[in-house]
Write a protein that binds this ligand. Structure first.
Ligand code: ANZ
Ligand code: ZN
Length: 814
C-alpha cells in the first residue's frame, strides 16, 4: 500500500489546483453569494504562526461554504506601502520596492503551501500604481466633496529621527518613537486631513451589523460623544474677551471655584500677570515634555500654577481665579475647564492641593455637605440662584437656554474623534495628488493624470523633510490650471488610506476605468464576514466605515456599512504561554513544521488549538497528535477491508449511520461558529469509531463504502490535500473541493436506546433505559447510583465488574 507522504501529495495538488483555476470566483453567479474578507497582511516575509492562525482556519470555512453551495469570494492581497520597507531601505540599502517584492514572493509561496483557496485572479497590492491610482482618486473625491482639507496642525514628531511619525509608530505608554525609543514631541505642520468628524454621529450607529460588542465599545469610546454646554467666563483683560470652557455638567456652573487652562491655551500668556509669569512659563515648559497619556493618567497628581488672573462666573458674577494645569488637554473641548471641586473628582483633588474652596451646588442624597470626595451624581440644585430647586437634568437644559439668551454659551454635543491626518513626510506611500500653484493655490491633479507615480530613485535618509521634496523632477510641474510653474505636494498618504477601501478593488482588480465595479459591489456587498485582529478595532475599522459612508454619499456605492459581520481571531501563544516573539525565543517557524509534517497537519493543528476567537497555546505533542490522526485516516481509507464476510447486525449499520450523521451536523455547525477545534475533535472520534468498526462485518456493506466517502468530504475543508488525494485514489475524477457537503439526515441521528440490566452476583437488581452509545464508565456510574444496587453491595467488596455492551452489567461481590 502507498504510504501517506504529505510532501509529495501537497505540492502535486497545489500545482493542479493552480492550473485548473479551481478557486476562481464567478462574480456573475446565480448561486447564493458570500464575500469572505480577511485583513490583508503587511508583506513582512514568509507567513508566521499568527498568519497561519489568521488565514488557515478561515480558509477551512471558505471551503465549507463552497461545499454548501455558496459562490465564495475569498480574495487576498498585500498592504504593501509603509514604514518597514522604508526602514529596510535606510538600514540595508535595499530599495523599498525590491524589499517589498521579495517579501510578497515569499508570502505568496507560504499562502500556496498553506493550501489557501484564495481567488487566483484577484491578488492586489496597495503599492502597485494601478492600485494607488485609485487611492489617489479617493483622495481627490474626498477633496472635491469637502472631506479633505489642508491645515496647519500638530503632529507627532521624533526629534532624533527628525521626522513625523504615524500614530502607529508612536508606541507604549510613554509614547516613544518605535525606531529609536526617543520620547515623541509635537510639531506643527501643514497637513491634509479627512473630515471623519462629519460622520461622528453615524459612526456611533451599529444598527444592522453583527460585530463583537468589544469592537463596538472601542469605536464608541473612540468617537467619544459628550453632551453638555460651552460656557463663557467673561474677562476684563483688554485682549481676552472671555474664557470658554466645555462641560458635561452645566448644572454645576455655580459651584465653579476656579478655571483651568491647558498649558497650550492661546490666552494663557495674555492673561498671566507679570508677577506669575516666571512660574507659569516654567510650568508650561515642563508640561510640553509630558505626553497626553501621562497627563491624563487617572492616578496622576493634578498639578497647576496660578496665573494671577481672574474671570467672571457668568451666572453668579463672582470672580474666579485662573490656573494653568496639565490635566486639561488643549485639543479637547475648549481647552479649558471650569473647576467644580464638589462634583468632579479631578477638580476635587486640585482644590485640595491648592486649598481652593469646595462649594456644593447639587445636593447629595445624604444631605452631607462636608465632602470627602466629589459627589458626581445628580440631584437638586442649591446655592445656584436662579436655578435652585431644579433637578440636574432640567437645570442642564434651562441653563443652556439661559446662557444662550445672554450670549454666554450654549448647549453642545462634542465628540472626542478628531479629523484624520493623512499626510506623511515619508517616501513609501501613495503621493498626494495635489499641486501647489503660486497663482491658483491648491490644484488637484486631473483624474486623467493619475496615477502620480512615486519616483524610484530617491534619497531616503530622514532629514525631517519629505524625501520627495529633494526630487526636482517629481516636484516641479506645470500647474494644470494656468500652466505656470508649480510644485507637487511632496507628502505621501498614511497607509491606512490604502486599506480604507481595498475590498471594493477585489471586485474589479484590473478595472482601468473605475476603482471598483458598481454592479458587482451592489451584488456582493456588504461583506458577509470580515475577519481580522482586534488591534484594528478603532483605526482601520473606523476608517473603513467612514470611507464607505463617504463613498455612499458621493454616489459611488450603495452601502454605508461595508462589513455586515466582523469576527476577531485570538492569538497563538508560545509553549511558555506567552505571545510568540523573537526576543522570548518561543517562536515556531511554520515553514519548518510544514516541511516536516505537511500543511494539512499544520493547519489542522492551529485549528485544534482552541476556538478561533480565543486562540491557544502551541504544543509539539499536538502536532504529532495530528500527524497520527491523518495517518490513521489514510490507513482507514486506503488499506483494504479484510474482515471476512459475515452476518451484519442491523444495529451496527444503524450505529454507523448515526455516528456519521451526528458528525455531519456537528462539524457543519462548528465551522459556521468558527469552532474548528471541536469540529476536529468530533472528526477524531468518528475516525476512532470507524477504525474499530472496520474489523467488523459492517465494513463489507455499501453503507461502509459510503461512510468512507462522507468522511473524506467532512475532512476536505480542514485538510484539503490528503482528502483530494484519497478522493482521487478512490477513483473520483472531479475535485473533492467541488463536491457538495454531505446532507445530514436528522432521522438517522436519533440515539437508539436499550435496557441495561444490572445484576449483583447474577441477581437482577435494576433495569435502566439508556442511550445506545452509553460508555462503560457511564453505565457503571448510573448503576452505582441505584438504591437497590447500593443495598446489595453494601459492606461487601466489589471484586469484578462484568460489562456486556448493550445488555448487562454484573457486579461480582464478596
Ligand atoms: C465641569 C464639571 C463638573 C465637569 C462636574 C464634570 C463634572 P467628557 O465626558 O470626556 O466629554 N473637560 C472639558 N474639557 C476638558 C479638557 N480639554 N481637558 C480635560 N478635561 C476637560 O468630559 C467632559 C468633562 O471633562 C467636562 O465637564 C470637564 O469637566 C472636563 F461636576 O466641567 B466638567
Ligand atoms: Zn496655477
Amino acid at each position: 500500500m502507498v504510504d501517506y507522504d504529505p510532501r509529495a501529495i501537497e505540492k502535486k495538488w497545489q500545482t493542479r489546483w493552480e492550473e485548473s483555476g479551481l478557486y476562481r470566483t464567478d462574480l456573475s453567479t446565480s448561486k447564493p453569494r458570500w464575500y469572505f474578507l480577511l485583513m490583508f497582511p503587511y508583506p513582512s516575509g514568509p507567513l508566521h504562526c499568527g498568519h497561519w492562525f489568521a488565514y488557515g482556519p478561515p480558509d477551512t470555512k471558505a471551503r465549507y461554504l463552497r461545499m454548501r453551495g455558496y459562490e465564495v469570494l475569498f480574495p487576498m492581497g498585500f498592504d504593501s506601502f509603509g514604514l518597514p520597507a522604508e526602514n529596510a531601505a535606510i538600514e540595508r540599502g535595499i530599495h523599498p520596492q525590491v524589499w517589498t517584492e521579495k517579501n510578497i514572493g515569499q508570502m505568496r509561496e507560504s499562502f500556496k503551501s498553506m493550501g489557501g483557496s484564495f481567488d487566483p485572479d484577484r491578488w492586489i497590492q496597495t503599492s502597485d500604481p494601478e492600485y494607488y491610482r485609485w487611492t489617489q482618486w479617493l483622495f481627490l473625491q474626498m477633496y472635491k466633496h469637502d472631506l479633505a482639507y489642508r491645515s496647519f496642525t500638530s503632529v507627532d514628531w521624533c526629534p532624533s529621527c527628525n521626522t513625523t511619525l504615524a500614530r502607529e509608530q508612536v508606541v507604549g505608554e510613554d509614547r516613544v518613537c518605535d525606531r529609536c525609543g526617543t520620547p515623541v514631541t509635537k510639531r506643527d505642520l501643514n497637513q491634509w486631513s479627512f473630515r471623519i468628524t462629519r460622520y461622528a454621529e453615524e459612526l456611533l450607529d451599529f444598527e444592522g451589523i453583527d460585530w463583537p460588542e468589544r469592537v463596538k465599545t472601542m469605536q464608541t469610546n473612540w468617537v467619544g460623544k459628550s453632551v453638555g454646554a460651552d460656557i463663557h467666563f467673561p474677562s476684563e483683560h483688554p485682549e481676552v474677551v472671555e474664557i470658554k470652557v466645555f462641560t458635561t455638567r452645566p448644572d454645576t456652573v455655580c459651584g465653579t471655584t476656579f478655571v483651568v487652562l491647558a498649558p497650550e491655551h492661546t490666552a494663557l500668556p495674555l492673561l498671566t500677570t507679570d508677577e506669575h509669569r516666571a512660574s507659569v512659563e516654567a510650568y508650561v515648559e515642563k508640561a510640553k515634555r509630558t505626553t497626553e497619556i501621562q497627563r491624563l493618567a487617572v492616578g496622576k497628581e493634578k498639578t497647576g500654577v496660578f496665573t494671577g488672573a481672574y474671570v467672571k462666573n457668568p451666572v453668579t458674577g463672582e470672580p474666579v481665579p485662573v490656573y494653568v494645569g496639565d490635566y486639561v488637554v488643549v485639543q479637547y473641548g475648549a481647552g479649558a475647564v471650569m473647576g467644580v471641586p464638589a462634583h468632579d473628582q479631578r477638580d476635587f483633588e486640585f482644590a485640595q492641593k491648592y486649598d481652593l474652596p469646595v462649594r456644593v451646588v447639587v445636593t447629595p442624597p445624604d444631605g452631607n455637605l462636608e465632602l470627602e470626595a466629589a459627589y458626581t451624581g445628580t440631584g437638586q440644585l442649591q446655592s445656584s440662584a436662579p436655578f435652585d430647586g431644579l433637578e440636574s437634568e432640567a437645570a442642564q437644559a434651562q441653563i443652556g437656554v439661559w446662557l444662550s439668551e445672554r450670549n454666554l454659551g450654549q448647549s453642545v454635543v462634542r465628540y472626542r474623534l478628531r479629523d484624520w491626518g493623512v499626510s506623511r513626510q515619508r517616501y513609501w506611500g501613495a503621493p498626494i495628488p495635489i499641486i501647489h500653484c503660486p497663482d491658483c493655490g491648491i490644484v488637484p491633479v486631473p483624474d486623467s493624470d493619475l496615477p502620480v507615480r512615486l519616483p524610484e530613485d530617491v534619497e531616503f535618509l530622514p532629514t525631517g523633510e519629505s524625501p520627495l521634496k529633494s526630487e526636482p523632477d517629481f516636484r516641479e510641474v506645470a500647474c494644470p490650471k494656468c500652466g505656470g510653474p508649480a510644485e507637487r505636494d511632496t507628502d505621501t498618504m498614511d497607509t491606512f488610506v490604502d486599506s480604507s477601501w481595498y475590498w471594493y478593488r477585489y471586485l474589479a482588480p484590473f478595472d482601468a476605468e473605475s476603482f471598483s465595479d458598481r454592479s458587482n459591489s451592489d451584488r456582493w456587498l456588504p461583506i458577509a464576514e470580515y475577519g481580522g485582529g482586534i488591534e484594528h478595532a478603532t483605526m482601520h475599522m473606523l476608517y473603513a466605515r467612514f470611507v464607505a459612508k463617504a463613498l455612499r454619499d458621493m454616489g459611488h456605492v450603495r452601502d454605508g456599512e461595508p462589513f455586515r459581520r466582523h469576527v476577531n481571531q485570538g492569538l497563538i501563544l508560545g509553549t511558555d504561554n506567552e505571545k510568540m516573539s523573537k526576543s522570548r525565543g518561543n517562536v515556531v517557524d511554520p515553514n519548518a513544521v510544514v516541511a516536516r509534517y505537511g500543511s494539512d497537519v499544520m493547519r489542522s493543528f492551529v485549528m485544534f488549538l482552541g476556538p478561533w476567537g480565543r486562540g491557544g497555546t502551541w504544543s509539539d505533542e499536538g502536532i504529532t497528535g495530528l500527524e497520527r490522526f491523518y495517518l490513521k485516516v489514510w490507513k482507514l481509507v486506503i488499506d483494504p477491508v479484510d474482515t471476512p464476510e459475515g452476518t451484519v447486525a442491523a444495529q451496527d449499520v444503524t450505529e454507523l449511520l448515526r455516528r456519521l450523521h451526528q458528525t455531519i451536523a456537528k462539524v457543519g455547525g462548528d465551522i459556521e461558529a468558527f469552532a474548528f477545534n471541536t469540529a476536529i475533535a468530533s472528526l477524531m472520534e468518528l475516525v476512532n469509531f470507524l477504525t474499530k468498526a472496520k474489523a467488523t462485518p459492517v465494513a463489507n456493506t455499501s453503507d461502509w463504502r459510503d461512510s468512507m466517502r462522507t468522511l473524506i468530504l467532512l475532512l476536505a475543508p480542514f485538510a484539503p490535500h490528503i482528502t483530494e488525494e484519497l478522493w482521487e485514489q478512490r477513483g473520483e475524477t472531479t475535485s473533492v473541493h467541488a463536491q457538495a457537503w454531505p446532507e445530514c439526515d436528522d432521522s438517522l441521528t436519533v440515539e437508539d436506546a436499550f435496557t441495561l440490566v444490572v445484576q449483583v452476583n447474577g441477581k437482577i437488581r435494576e433495569r435502566f433505559e439508556v442511550p445506545a452509545s452509553i460508555s462503560e464508565d457511564d453505565a457503571k456510574e448510573k448503576a452505582m447510583g441505584s438504591e437497590s444496587v447500593q443495598r446489595a453491595v453494601e459492606g461487601k467488596n466489589i471484586v469484578r465488574i462484568i460489562y456486556v455492551p448493550k445488555r448487562l452489567l454484573n457486579f461480582v461481590v464478596k
